[in-house]
Design a binder for this molecule. Structure first.
Ligand SMILES: [Zn+2]
Length: 67
């Protein structure tokens, strides 16, 4: 017996890891600046692991607010 909360948590965890990803779906991340989810883009194919912002604007914004 497991509480409903545990079931929901497991489902979300799987989705976050991308293991339940269907063909055609793109991986997503959450922008470190605006907190919004953004989808994989082809231009990030080689740097996806390093991408943390949804756009250049957010990346610059974070650099300016870092301190
Ligand atoms: Zn953003």
């Amino acid at each position: 017996m497991q509480p409903e909360e545990s079931v929901l948590s497991t489902a979300g965890d799987i989705a976050a890891r991308g293991k339940a990803r269907r063909k055609g779906d793109l991986p997503e991340k959450t922008c470190a600046t605006c907190g919004r989810p953004f989808a994989w883009r082809r231009k990030w194919a080689t740097v996806w692991d390093e991408v943390r912002h949804c756009s250049d604007r957010c990346r610059r914004s974070r650099n300016g607010v870092a301190r």
